[in-house]
Design a protein around this ligand. Structure first.
Ligand code: FMN
Length: 317
């Protein structure tokens, strides 16, 4: 069975600049989900969201846009917008665990409202021909919440349901719940995608052995921590290319230059890159030391020195 690998959206990380550089230097991802579009009570799409999904910024990539909402008018508005750009599909986020989202009945805070999910899907399918796919956790309070939703989802021609095998209240803590994920598979007619903690080829293989009917896998944090992971999964190997850290270094420099050109002043670029290094550091022999070194670099010059030292040491190992 051939596996399709999808880049799970990470707000603040996997924008079009990252996606293009990732695809160029590492490959291995079939389709990228763009981070969610959220409207703030008005039917207006922020410039940064618009830019992120413009076809001209994604020429080499297959991208699926995503929305987070609990409002059908917003859903229809964004559907029309993405269709006009040329997209056929809109992914609906029912997974976000953060209180500022869930307290407003969105993201994983919407999973326990099966009736609302039904009414939104009903109207969307009546008034639009957008292809809808779902990305969900299994609940907010407990993983049974989704079991009341799956029979409703069965009545719509969804493209697929991707499930991050956690509940909202966990945030990113604790393990995935694979028994509960199996229950979702047993209770849905839809094509299911797996998401959660694919952080190594070995972790992927274990999941693949357990869930033999799954052939679509979404990788989020794992591909920032180890950008070679998708291509290694695809090539069924645990061997890195010999010039692993040369490629990684070039990739780093590419995204640094692009973000540096787009952001103004030394602090925003430092914060942006520090976010990446929280994950990148895991590719290096001593992640904590690596991260600290970046954190300590207070000027662009010192940042460049720290980065060069980190890659030099990794290349010489
Ligand atoms: C910083 C951050 C931002 C995220 N942004 C989004 C998002 O915009 N849309 C979404 O569906 N999931 C988002 N997620 C969830 C991830 O896509 C993914 O479902 C989750 O991290 C579990 O997969 P992983 O273990 O492979 O990372 C985000 C996660 C993190 C840590």
């Amino acid at each position: 069975m051939s596996n399709t690998l999808l880049s799970s959206p990470l707000q603040g990380f996997t924008d079009y600049k990252f996606r293009n550089a990732f695809n160029h230097f590492f490959g291995g991802i079939d389709t990228f989900y763009s981070p969610y579009i959220r409207l703030n009570g008005k039917l207006v799409i922020k410039n940064s969201y618009q830019k992120d999904i413009l076809l001209e910024n994604n020429t080499e990539l297959e991208v699926i846009p995503q929305i987070i909402t609990n409002d059908v008018d917003e859903f229809l508005f964004v559907s029309k917008y993405v269709q006009e750009l040329g997209y056929k599909e809109l992914n609906w986020n029912l997974g976000c665990p953060y209180p500022m989202v869930t307290k407003r009945g969105m993201g994983s805070g919407l999973i326990n409202d099966a009736e609302k999910i039904n009414s939104i899907l009903h109207k969307v399918h009546n008034e639009s021909d957008i292809l809808v796919s779902m990305k969900m956790r299994m609940g907010y309070e407990n993983p049974e919440e989704i079991l009341a939703v799956l029979p409703i989802l069965d009545t719509y021609p969804l493209k697929n349901i991707a499930i991050h095998a956690r509940i909202g209240k966990q945030l990113y803590k604790g393990g995935t719940n694979l028994e509960a994920f199996q229950k979702c598979l047993d209770n849905s007619k839809h094509k299911m995608y797996y998401n959660g903690d694919i952080t190594s080829v070995a972790a992927f293989k274990k999941l693949q052995e357990r869930f033999t009917t799954i052939d679509h896998w979404m990788i989020g944090r794992g591909l920032i921590a180890d950008p070679f992971l998708p291509s290694m999964i695809k090539n069924d190997t645990t061997e890195y290319p010999k010039n692993r850290f040369d490629i990684f270094h070039e990739f780093h420099n590419r995204i640094y230059e692009e973000y540096d050109a787009a952001l103004s002043g030394p602090t925003p670029i430092k914060m942006k890159m520090l976010g990446f290094w929280e994950y990148f550091s895991q590719s290096f022999a001593n992640p904590q030391k690596t991260y600290k070194k970046i954190k300590k670099a207070q000027s662009p010059k010192n940042y460049a020195i720290a980065v060069n030292e980190i890659f030099k040491e990794a290349k010489n190992r």
